[in-house]
Design a protein around this ligand. Sequence first.
Ligand code: G6Q
Length: 536
Amino acid sequence: MSNLTHSSAWRALAEHRDSIARTSIRELFARNRERVKRFSQEAAGVYVDYSRNLITDDTLALLTALARQAGVEERRRAMFAGERINVTEDRPVLHVALRERAGTPILVDGEDVVPKVSAVLARMRRFTDAVREGAWRGYTGRAITDVVNIGIGGSDLGPRMVCEALKPYGSKALTMHFVSNVDGADIAEVLQAADPETTLFVISSKTFTTRETLLNAHTARAWFLGSDAAEPAIAKHFVAVSTNADAVTAFGIDPGNMFEFWDWVGGRYSLWSAIGLPIALYVGMDAFETLLAGAHAMDRHFAEAPLEQNLPALLALIGIWHTNFFGAASHLIAPYDRYLHRLPAYLQQLDMESNGKSVTLCGERVDYATGPVIWGEPGTNGQHAFFQLLHQGSALIPADFIACMQPQHALDTHHKVLLANCFAQTEALMNGSHAPDAPHRSFDGNRPTNTICLEKLDPASLGALLALYEHKVFVQGVIWNINSFDQWGVELGKRLAVTIEDEIARPEPVSAHDSSTNGLINRFKARRNVHAESTD
Ligand code: G6Q
């Protein structure tokens, strides 16, 4: 047994689970007509109703005791103080410093990083203003009309999701494109419609060594130079966002066109850094800074509120309740807002790359479940697809429903219907419905949900919403005693792909792998040859 599952707080929760499992969320509502008042809260403009979970005052007292026992408050302090809490990479974790707009010093190795952050933001402002105002022109003197961000993982998902979410605030003069996949179809689709005279490429890569990004960047560069443009024109059409100035220079981008960030910003936590350059190009620097301010407001709430009233902590603890005490293996994100359609994909990386770990900080294998599978689709589409399983399937799937009170459009009836569906689903999931003569029409109910409400999806509320999830993931990682800030699990596949890429390039068949891998590589080589001969 691990220290965690052996601990008094954990065992008390297990006992409590056995007694509360005999009741239902519906009964808890019947017992206390004011229940929602007790189990809902607002912070940084985000209202969370977490009353539709199988929790009582006792549950929350036991869960917060678990958090305290696990050292959540101490680790929270350590993160904000810039301590090296990412131990396997020996780095601080300071995405919160990127949103520290009050100038409160945050020290890394004795140096205040806040002025560095401000200096990059000022450069981003000068550059994005120039592009948006048409002062930054392409090599033939025409204004930029298209921005292509080339990046993957943390250098793609955040900016892409935010640009989608903030579309109503985006420039009408700029079309944003995001190329991430090494599948040539991704960049080919963008380039076939692009005009080299008016296209700006943002090469986003923290390391500037990522195979996919560099291959796509080289393809874009070759395409650009294949037009009438000559080498010096690259300076007008290629900028980089990276921590690696040498590699950026080697690629052929002037370091003067590089926007810097730092190794204490994790990839999946980097949209707040210069990785957010596409966001700033699209919505303007004022809106980008409002996004930062929204996140900062949630940071202050997370840093200061006691765990009992701390929204990220409460969501984390309720998640732990479901994952570790009720066996929930996945968690649904259901945004009832079309502009948030990339949010589930973004949260998949944030949560699953952070907490998809099974070794503790002490190097021991865990004997409890850690991060769940995160998935989702916007409502109401999901209702007509997989919601069947939520209502009547055999798996317990807790869900976050996200609703905005004000729409981004004038179609009021649509918005009423949308939110009516959102509220109806969570009610149905909780209450179920009993059909004594028709078991196939019975719904057990008792399916837990949180409903997260924003007044309106705007830069400030989006920033706060994303920070809410970041800190939720942090708290869970602390309780599970894992490192939420490394990602060694993605390394092995990357290494093997380099070997296989080399083998594919050679003429002889391979035999060094298992028979399945050998067979697939050799089949591909043989079929490529047949195809090459037939097209000769
Ligand atoms: C995120 C991960 C990963 C990373 C990509 C791209 O936390 O580290 O998704 O962002 O592999 O890396 P580069 O930005 O270095 O190209």
